[in-house]
Design a protein around this ligand. Structure first.
Ligand SMILES: *[C@@H]1O[C@H](CO)[C@@H](O)[C@H](O)[C@H]1NC(C)=O
Ligand SMILES: *[C@@H]1O[C@H](CO)[C@@H](O)[C@H](O)[C@H]1NC(C)=O
Ligand SMILES: *[C@@H]1O[C@H](CO)[C@@H](O)[C@H](O)[C@H]1NC(C)=O
Ligand SMILES: *[C@@H]1O[C@H](CO)[C@@H](O)[C@H](O)[C@H]1NC(C)=O
Ligand SMILES: *[C@@H]1O[C@H](CO)[C@@H](O)[C@H](O)[C@H]1NC(C)=O
Ligand SMILES: *[C@@H]1O[C@H](CO)[C@@H](O)[C@H](O)[C@H]1NC(C)=O
Ligand SMILES: *[C@@H]1O[C@H](CO)[C@@H](O)[C@H](O)[C@H]1NC(C)=O
Length: 474
């Protein structure tokens, strides 16, 4: 409003002096430009929401004419994260990605979610409130409120991120069966809240400073059925397999991802990173798949600390190629494959030097549809391992959680050895997953061998359809 009244006044004075009129004119131009940018930003936001909806409606179209849909989506302006930040619309795009994150309200309504999870979630909130109210009131909390704390204190041996997180659905089950309020406490490499926080309406597992006294005994391991107020557990390797068996034998479907999302959502810092990465790479939840590579897994002479890409190059290349082929087999029409590895040189190999990289740049150069598109976030430095790294900076591990969540947002996951990739696969829903390495893996067919069939008739036909559609749109 201020702008418009002053600029009307400006116009009246415009004739008076040349130098004044130049500066007024400049102000006016600035105002118009400002307005135009605002309108532009607003229309981009609206357009993005529209394109996103269209894209979901377009799944069947994509099956028939993948070129058309990809062409349309590539015409959508890419959200460049640094520009987005300046325009302050990260929130807007954050919303785009995060709206695919199921909320507790949605999860708790799912008919597939077992009753004990629903009952426990409600019970947990009630007990937690009773306990905290009593403490706030300076009275002794009721005797019947007991806790199970999943912990990783500074002296505990709790392994990496997945070693600690994969137990949680089982811990929840144990807490239900032993009438305990489940809480989580990490002291290393940082508080878990730095990366993951409880979602509104989910299970609030945080421990506020006033909840316990410094001298309280957190009775460790195996005393859950007893009468101790507090018992605690460190990573338990048997927990995840027990829960998987429960899913297979008792339920007949997967709910790991749902329970995880009742407990965790990304912290705001992590959510912004995920959104920026996914926007930069053009990843739309459920439309892409992921390839996880755990190259330093300590097996066959490989050692986490002395590992180098050069030293094991031949084996690594073999594993990496098979991983890509298995992922392509799993999700043949994926828009892209998000590559993540515990070794950045391996990511560099796949994205820059591998036959897949060459195929992709050749295809683009010759205006052909590539058979496979690999994408990755910045791989100029190594990802830190939560258990083995000497890094003390909490942010140094943000990538670990970022990759895990992005695996979880995709449709399928081809994973390697170890719990991390398996956890990522479980978070993506657990139904479209394969092991590309290890006991349950297989040698997958070379995705690039399909090139010849695709280059000829199909491509010409699709291009024609696409051009016709384009012409009718113009
Ligand atoms: C985003 O914009 C900045 C500033 O204009 C530029 O330096 C950067 O390369 C862009 N990033 C991408 C991914 O386009
Ligand atoms: C997102 O919105 C919230 C609330 O409006 C605000 O506090 C926060 O700073 C915003 N984040 C960004 C990255 O703009
Ligand atoms: C645990 O689950 C059972 C079965 O649904 C339920 O009856 C019971 O109330 C639950 N207990 C707690 C503490 O949530
Ligand atoms: C606090 O204590 C008083 C007196 O014992 C009780 O009446 C009140 O309900 C308590 N408030 C809460 C929030 O527990
Ligand atoms: C969890 O509980 C703490 C208080 O102990 C509260 O500050 C926080 O807002 C709660 N978080 C959620 C998501 O309810
Ligand atoms: C990809 O192809 C499969 C099988 O042909 C189909 O079920 C699926 O809907 C297609 N689209 C996406 C985005 O996966
Ligand atoms: C991997 O990270 C190291 C530093 O941690 C760096 O020197 C190297 O260039 C990176 N590799 C690639 C392919 O970027």
């Amino acid at each position: 409003m201020r702008h418009s009244s002053s600029s009307t006044g400006n116009q009246a004075r415009l004739a008076r002096s040349d130098s004044a009129s130049i500066s007024q004119c400049f102000n006016l131009t600035r105002w118009i430009l400002g307005g135009a940018i605002f309108v532009y930003a607003a229309s981009i936001i609206i357009w993005q929401h529209k394109t996103l909806n269209i894209r979901f409606a377009a799944i069947s179209l994509e099956d028939t004419f993948p070129h058309f849909v990809r062409e349309t989506s590539s015409r959508r302006p890419k959200l460049n994260s640094s520009i987005a930040k300046e325009r302050r619309d990260v929130n807007e795009s954050l919303y785009d990605v995060m709206q695919h994150y199921r909320t507790p309200a949605q999860i708790l309504q799912s008919p597939q979610l077992p009753d004990w999870v629903k009952q426990y979630t409600e019970w947990h909130a009630k007990q937690r409130k009773r306990y905290i109210d009593a403490i706030k009131n300076n009275s002794t909390p009721p005797e019947d409120i007991h806790f199970l704390i999943a912990r990783c204190l500074s002296r505990d041996k709790c392994g990496g991120a997945s070693d600690r997180l994969q137990d949680m659905p089982y811990n929840l089950m144990l807490a239900n069966q032993t009438n305990r309020v489940l809480l989580i406490k990490w002291d290393k490499p940082a508080r878990l809240e730095h990366y993951l926080v409880p979602p509104d309406g989910g299970i609030n597992w945080t421990i506020s400073d006033d909840m316990f006294q410094a001298g309280d005994n957190w009775h460790l391991r195996g005393k859950e059925t007893g009468n101790d107020r507090i018992v605690s557990t460190i990573r338990r390797d048997s927990a995840a397999p027990i829960f998987r068996k429960y899913e297979v034998d008792d339920l007949g479907y997967k709910i790991y991802h749902e329970i995880f999302r009742l407990l965790f959502r990304p912290s705001d810092d992590l959510a912004i990173r995920i959104t920026e990465t996914m926007n930069d790479l053009g990843l739309v939840p459920s439309m892409y798949s992921s390839i996880h590579l755990r190259m330093k897994y300590p097996i066959g002479g490989i050692n986490e600390r002395t590992f180098s890409f050069e030293r094991f190059k031949d084996r690594i290349i073999g594993w990496a190629k098979n991983a890509v082929n298995c992922a392509a087999e799993l999700h043949p029409n994926s828009t892209a494959f998000y590559v993540t590895a515990d070794n950045n040189d391996t990511v560099g190999y796949l994205l820059r030097d591998s036959p897949f990289a060459k195929h992709y740049s050749d295809a683009i150069a010759n205006n052909r549809e590539p058979l496979i598109k690999l994408v990755a976030r910045d791989y100029s430095s190594e990802v830190e391992h939560v258990a083995f790294s000497n890094t003390k900076e909490a942010d140094g591990f943000m990538n670990v959680f970022e990759d895990m969540m992005i695996l979880g947002f995709g449709k399928c996951v081809a994973h390697g050895l170890g719990g991390y990739g398996r956890l990522g696969a479980a978070l993506s829903g657990g139904v479209c997953a394969t092991a590309h390495r290890g006991k349950y893996s297989k040698a997958c067919a070379d995705v690039l061998a399909k090139t010849s069939a695709f280059d000829t008739g199909t491509f010409k036909k699709m291009t024609k359809v696409q051009n016709n559609l384009k012409a009718s749109n113009d």
